[in-house]
Design a protein around this ligand. Structure first.
Ligand SMILES: [Fe+2]
Length: 467
């Protein structure tokens, strides 16, 4: 699978790669050799968006210059977002965004999360787990998202708290951002950086569901390849970046068009706020820089594995990483995937071994079955999830162990039609009230059902099993 064969065609064009980009939807809208000319072309305003401190090292520095109809500061005061703006929501359908976490050592697994009716992208966010605090720019948050309706045509959203790494499981996301449009389907992932304004529509009204990792600190980048060399894993050329696209202004004097004031919704410190503005936020005619949204087709991942024996660490499946500067190789968060791949290890227990790690592991399943777990009702299912926290022991369930230790070892293509992923983090993950109780998806007997069936085969006389 070099490229995913999607059911739904992507209607947009993209630039490729993760370096500096420049793009204009109107010829000549991008000043040449200048960021802030006295008068920007076409009467546009120049505006800078910084994603790192001004003085961050050049290799890490992320910023963009956008050229837009009105600066983004031209909006009313923010007010807390209340239910009046979204009639029809109920208490059970409230967003859950405050980072208030319970630390529990148990292995935890969730049945597939429900599609919530009557909510858009913003109202459908549910905080499941996380660590840290957006106010101090430390840690991460994991969400389940669902939406059964598009955001309003003149509504935009941004998170001041962190970058959103979006992993769709059901339905295509049609995302209009300040910097252009993205079409993101299951088997693709998308990153929308902190502060970038966007609007999510459902393609042909099909409800959507998936997972989000919000990164409170730093940004994602490609992992180092070390001895692998200059290619493989996720190749930089396969990342797709939107090209500038702006809406046509309805009237020259937008203030006279008050009935069409746009809504600007913000997530700030885990709370939602709303302001209005007289002009659409999607008014950027040109931009350049290194701070922008992007997407990636997981089908393009070039998977590495053993061709001799033993089971390598899953770090070989890392798509994106956000590193801690304090400890090289230790990630705030990694996105790891388990794509279709050949297993050929000789005299090898081929599923993941039993383990407990210093890192926490949150897993989700986009489609299909996962090699180390049984699927079906009560198992690890698409749209479900699991959390194996810091030093929480886990591994193949009893059935997967029996199969893996008794099967004849021949080259085997596993994971066909399947895609599991993992958010791996150096932080101890807490789970929210919603994740532990309100969602009603926790599998109460996950541990017993998985590992109570493991038999004791130990024989101090060293006789082979089964004799
Ligand atoms: Fe694990």
């Amino acid at each position: 699978m070099r490229v995913t064969q999607f059911d739904t065609r992507d209607p947009y064009s993209y630039a490729t790669g993760l370096g500096n980009h420049e793009t204009e939807a109107l010829k000549g809208a991008l000043p040449i050799g200048h960021n802030s000319p006295q008068k920007a072309p076409y009467g546009l305003y120049a505006e800078k968006i910084s994603g790192t401190a001004f003085t961050a090292p050049r290799a890490e520095n992320k910023q963009a210059w956008v050229y837009r109809v009105l600066p983004s500061c031209a909006h009313s005061a923010f007010e807390p977002l209340d239910d009046d703006v979204n009639p029809g929501t109920t208490d059970a359908a409230q967003p859950n965004l405050l980072p208030e976490f319970h630390l529990v050592p148990n292995q935890t697994r969730w049945d597939p999360f429900d599609l919530v009716p009557g909510v858009d992208w913003v109202r459908g966010l549910r905080l499941l787990a996380g660590a840290g605090d957006p106010a101090t720019k430390t840690g991460v948050a994991y969400y389940v998202y669902t939406a059964s309706q598009s955001m309003g045509a003149d509504t935009a959203f941004y998170s001041a708290d962190g970058d959103f790494l979006i992993v769709p499981q059901t339905g295509a996301l049609d995302i209009e951002t300040e910097m252009g449009r993205l079409f993101v389907r299951p088997m693709e992932i998308c990153v929308i950086p902190r502060g970038i304004r966007y609007r999510v529509s459902l393609h042909e009204g099909v409800p959507v569901r998936g997972y989000i990792l919000e990164l409170f600190q730093g940004h994602f980048s490609l992992p180092e390849l070390g001895p692998i060399g200059s290619n493989c894993l996720a190749n930089e050329r396969d990342f797709q970046v939107p090209v500038a696209s702006y809406r046509v202004q309805q009237t020259k004097d937008a203030a006279a068009d008050d009935d069409r004031r746009c809504l600007l919704q913000a997530k700030f410190g885990g709370r939602l706020f709303q302001a209005t503005q007289k002009h659409t936020p999607f008014d950027v005619a040109a931009w350049h820089g290194t701070y922008y949204p992007f997407k990636y087709d997981l089908g393009r991942f070039n998977t590495i594995g053993t061709i001799s024996y033993d089971h390598p660490d899953p770090s070989i499946y890392t798509v994106l990483t956000a590193t801690t500067n304090a400890h090289p190789g230790t990630a705030v968060a990694d996105l790891v995937i388990f794509p279709p791949r050949w297993l050929v290890g000789e005299d090898t227990f081929r599923p993941p071994s039993y383990h407990r790690n210093v890192m926490s592991e949150f897993m989700g399943l986009i489609a299909g079955d996962y090699i180390a777990k049984g699927g079906g009702k009560g198992g690890f299912q698409p749209a479900g999830a699991s959390l194996h926290n810091v030093m929480s022991s886990h591994g193949p369930d009893a059935g997967a162990f029996e199969k893996a230790t008794n099967e004849t070892l021949v080259p085997d293509k596993v994971g066909q039609g399947s895609m599991a992923f993992m958010f791996e983090s150096c932080y101890m993950m807490g789970v929210t009230d919603w994740g532990l109780k309100a969602c009603q998806k926790v599998q109460e007997h996950y541990s017993e059902e998985s590992w109570d069936g493991l038999k004791i085969y130990f024989d101090p006389c060293g006789r082979p099993r089964g004799e």
